[in-house]
Design a protein. Structure first.
Length: 111
């Protein structure tokens, strides 16, 4: 912790008692502890915000990549159909995007 040894911490404690005084020292330490807690909570909140934003950006990139692949597959299917017009068209899961599932449908599936 900051590279302080026992002797240095003891010296800081003695200096605090001399400078601040034994009457006000508990109040000072309590206030420093509260401030440390506030800084720690703010740091954790900022870290969480960065992680959430990074996850959101990653999800957006994955979605764009999947859309790109889907469009490429659809285009390849269209070209194949144009090259062979006499072939019977097979139903495809790629022909239309699936409807978006609602939260209620997801709950029914998991239940």
């Amino acid at each position: 912790m900051l590279g302080l040894g026992f002797g240095e911490i003891f010296l800081l404690g003695v200096l605090l008692i001399v400078v601040v005084g034994p009457e006000r020292l508990p109040h000072l330490i309590r206030g420093a502890g509260r401030m440390y807690g506030q800084v720690r909570r703010a740091s954790d909140e900022l870290r969480r915000a960065f992680v959430l934003e990074a996850d959101r950006v990653d999800a957006d990139e994955r979605f764009q990549e999947l859309e790109k692949r889907r469009n490429q597959a659809l285009e390849a299917r269209r070209r194949a159909a144009e090259d062979n017009p006499g072939a019977v068209a097979q139903p495809s899961i790629l022909s239309e995007p699936p409807p978006a599932a609602t939260a209620e449908e997801d709950a029914e599936v998991t239940a």
